[in-house]
Design a protein around this ligand. Structure first.
Ligand code: ZN
Length: 398
């Protein structure tokens, strides 16, 4: 017995040994994340680099080998045991000095240069097999997610080229309703997807690009679920039954996930996960009573538990939104904190196999199914030649 302890002391840094001895749930969390890739659905580092007041989009200047001013750097990715990351290549819905393509391509450039610059930790991993290979090599498998269908400018050709550049999901809308899809935070013009919107879904299925239904209206969620042949994701959305925020997912949609196979990846966005904070924000500065409500790990865990309760344990994941948010829950301050969330769930009774599903097995299953659907559809039909005017009428997209 004594001898075993002595060996353990030699192998483990004493701080982590002490922490694990004190907290068996944290020890379980770390064991899960050592052996299963934690796949985070949404991190906005590429836009964070562009907007950084010092680096101003300069990938060389925003040095991940040092402590960055944001939520993400190499040391903290290691401490957080991140196994794979969907890096968001978000662009805003309003760009004044050019079309969307220039900014979208610049964000691809930033994301791809970041992945290339840090080969000691980041590895491009656009398939499930590549994610598993990267994880085995102790790298963070890196995938790209296009945030906002406005980027394709009503063009299936643009969609295909963005796939070739590495985009493995597309959030159908950001905050602005498009010519072919309604957004959650904008007016509903179409009641969901137009016919061209459905064709976008068909083409994404053919390519093997995941549909991301975060940011879209419930009508668009429902239409997309009716049309898609592959499972969907919500890359960063909570449960609307807990917090009535339009960015969250209603129970009626959660209940459809077992049939579709998709995954809701719960974010660390304070106003999405805390009803008290949302009410406080909504009440307006003049009417506010008391201090700003506290948001902690428990609220994020509540959303994960709710998605599990309604959709099932096979349909829940994590999509932090780090570097896309300015405020974080206490205990989930940056990418180093993921193990604490898994420890909280273990404390609530989550079993090891279920923690693995939450961490990455669910979303990797979704990506694997999307790859299979793509292989089948590519044999069945060529790239779609359809245009928005052909499908939605001569005035569409003007
Ligand atoms: Zn977002």
């Amino acid at each position: 017995m004594k001898r075993l302890i002595a060996v353990a002391l030699l192998v483990l840094p004493s701080a982590s040994l002490a922490a694990q001895a004190a907290d068996p749930y944290l020890a379980l969390a770390r064991r899960v994340l050592r052996t299963t890739p934690l796949v985070d659905g949404h991190n906005d580092l590429p836009w964070r680099i562009r907007e950084d007041t010092a680096a101003r989009g300069d990938v060389e200047a925003y040095d991940l080998r040092k402590r960055t001013p944001g939520h993400t750097d190499i040391a903290r990715l290691r401490r957080g045991m991140v196994g794979a990351q969907f890096w968001s290549i978000y662009i805003p819905g309003e760009i004044r000095d050019s079309g969307y393509a220039r900014v979208q391509l610049e964000q691809f450039d930033i994301a791809r240069r970041v992945i290339a610059k840090y080969p000691e930790i980041l590895q491009s991993a656009p398939t499930v097999a590549a994610v598993r290979r990267a994880f085995a090599a102790k790298k963070v498998g890196s995938l790209l997610g296009l945030e906002g269908g406005h980027a394709i400018e009503n063009s299936l050709g643009a969609l295909r080229i963005y796939y070739d550049l590495g985009a493995r999901y597309m959030t159908l809308t950001h905050n602005v309703t498009l010519d072919w899809a309604d957004a959650a935070l904008d007016s509903a013009k179409h009641g969901g997807l137009t016919r061209f919107g459905e064709e976008v879904v068909h083409e994404m299925n053919r390519l093997g690009m995941l549909l991301d239904l975060s940011h879209v209206s419930p009508g668009t969620m429902s239409d997309a679920l009716n049309v898609t042949e592959a499972p969907v994701i919500f890359s960063h959305s909570g449960a609307r039954a807990l917090v009535d925020h339009r960015r969250n997912v209603p129970d009626s949609i959660l209940a459809r996930l077992p049939r579709n196979g998709g995954v809701v990846m719960v974010p660390f966005v304070t106003t999405f996960v805390s009803a008290a904070l949302k009410a406080w924000e909504d009440s307006g500065a003049a009417a506010r009573k008391g201090p700003r409500p506290h948001v902690g790990i428990a609220q994020v865990a509540d959303h994960i538990d709710h998605v599990r309760k309604v959709a099932g344990v096979d349909h829940v994941g994590i999509g932090s939104d780090f570097d896309g948010i300015t405020e974080t829950p206490e205990g989930l301050e940056d990418v180093s904190t993921f193990p604490a969330l898994f420890a909280e769930l273990a404390r609530r009774g989550w079993k090891e196999a279920d923690l693995r599903k939450l961490a990455g097995e669910n979303v990797l299953r979704v990506l694997d199914q999307a790859e299979r659907v793509s292989a089948r559809l590519k044999r069945a039909r060529p790239p779609s030649p359809k245009t928005i005017r052909e499908l939605d009428g001569p005035g569409a997209g003007q």
